[in-house]
Design a protein around this ligand. Structure first.
Ligand code: ADP
Ligand code: GN1
Ligand code: MG
Length: 365
């Protein structure tokens, strides 16, 4: 678990980036980094301390973020886009010209321009929102499809290796370090029975059906900003996990977070159902945004991918519950267990709808 941030540290770091801060406050609902909104004399900024428990090599992460934002910016310029500072994250350097600052504790901080007049939503309220958010992530895939720089660093090795996630989960169930396993036996038994599904995407990659791409890997809906006035997606956020991966991971996490009727941590998992119009809007949006960047197999396996990624997330949330809530930020006891239960319910719901959702996806190609 990362250390608490001392109260006066964010403002001191804001000075290193010469933001001339008037106000510094915690911001956003991310589960990983410590995020602050800094209102400065010359503008507003997002100041973040990178979670180095989750990202043990933060400087490699920053190198990735710099390469990716430069590439996307160049693509936007080439396309004649307007308002470019709102359409891609912009790193703000320190007074010494560095993209990051290391504090006396060895923790790495960075600053982005704050993108105003836009909001990140945990739950989408209508299919138009789902379409535009998914379009933005599909477009992000498309924008990175001609990246020719050095291979990006793997900021979290084997991040979406669901076979490893399964094994890690089985290990924490066996070790049961907090004595919580007995209370979640039903969930655990079901999850341990899903080994085949857990390996499905990696098998397709090993067979050469799915190619490696540069992917975002954390495409939940709250990681895209939607314009408050027009409702349109403005900018893809949270680039810490941009690295080599499968394009289907990116559709899949959209499906996991957006094609459901309840919040990720809703205490009542019996309410979880597939929101079919949302799923359809996500599929149409993602495929339209990605356009010609994807192969037929990457366009056809959307439903399977949604099931696998939601399953992966269930292993991760329940694993963190069993481990004593050491990975995800939580705001109440049992939150990771609730999160795991909604994910399990969603995998089951996706499986029940599988044939009709697959038929819809087939109709898009
Ligand atoms: P985490 O990895 O903890 O999820 P994020 O990078 O996603 O951190 O940031 C957390 C939240 O902060 C986002 O969901 C979004 O609401 C807000 N945010 C991040 N970057 C910006 C930005 N440049 N402009 C406006 N809001 C932002
Ligand atoms: C984390 O960083 P954030 O809150 O956008 C996690 C994702 C999970 C997600 C579940 C680096 O995303 O993998 O899908 O929580 N990010 C990391 O809500 O582990
Ligand atoms: Mg986030």
């Amino acid at each position: 678990m990362t250390r608490a941030v001392p109260d006066d540290l964010p403002a001191a770091v804001a000075d290193v980036f010469e933001l001339e801060p008037l106000d510094v406050r915690r911001y956003g609902g991310g589960h990983i980094n410590d995020t602050y909104l800094v209102t400065g004399r010359r503008g507003a900024y997002i100041l973040q301390r990178i979670n180095d428990t989750v990202f043990p090599r933060p400087l490699e992460l920053m190198e990735n973020v710099s390469r990716v934002t430069r590439h996307v910016r160049a693509r936007l310029v080439a396309d004649g886009a307007s308002d470019i500072d709102r359409r891609v994250l912009t790193l703000v350097p320190t007074g010494d010209g560095s993209d990051w600052h290391v504090d006396p504790d060895g923790q790495v901080w960075r600053v982005f321009l704050f993108i105003g007049g836009a909001t990140s939503h945990d739950v989408v309220s209508e299919p138009g929102q789902a379409y535009t958010a998914a379009y933005a992530f599909g477009r992000f895939q498309q924008q990175l499809s001609d990246y020719e720089g050095p291979r990006l660093y793997e900021t979290i090795p084997r991040f979406h290796d669901t076979v490893k996630r399964y094994a890690d989960f089985a290990a924490v169930v066996a070790a049961d370090p907090c004595g919580r396993a007995a209370e979640v036996r039903e969930e655990t038994d079901w999850l341990l029975g899903q080994r085949e599904l857990a390996g499905a995407m990696l098998s397709l990659q090993a067979e050469g059906v799915l190619p490696e791409r540069i992917t975002h890997n954390d495409t939940k809906l709250s990681n895209v900003l939607l314009d408050d006035a027009t409702g349109e997606a403005v900018c893809v956020l949270d680039l810490d996990t941009v690295m080599p991966g499968l394009s289907l991971y990116d559709f899949a996490d959209l499906c996991r977070s957006g094609a459901t009727t309840v919040a990720e941590d809703d205490p009542d998992a019996s309410k979880v159902a597939v929101d079919v119009p949302m799923f359809e809007a996500l599929a149409e949006g993602y495929l339209s945004g990605a356009g010609s960047a994807l192969l037929p197999a990457e366009r056809e396996l959307l439903v399977l991918a949604g099931e696998v990624m939601t399953l992966e997330q269930a292993y991760r949330f329940l694993g963190d519950h069993l481990a004593g809530d050491t990975y995800y930020q939580t705001s109440r006891p049992g939150q990771n267990l609730d999160r795991a239960r909604t994910q399990i319910a969603l995998v089951k719901a996706l499986q029940r709808h599988e044939s009709s959702l697959n038929a819809f996806v087939a109709g898009l190609s």
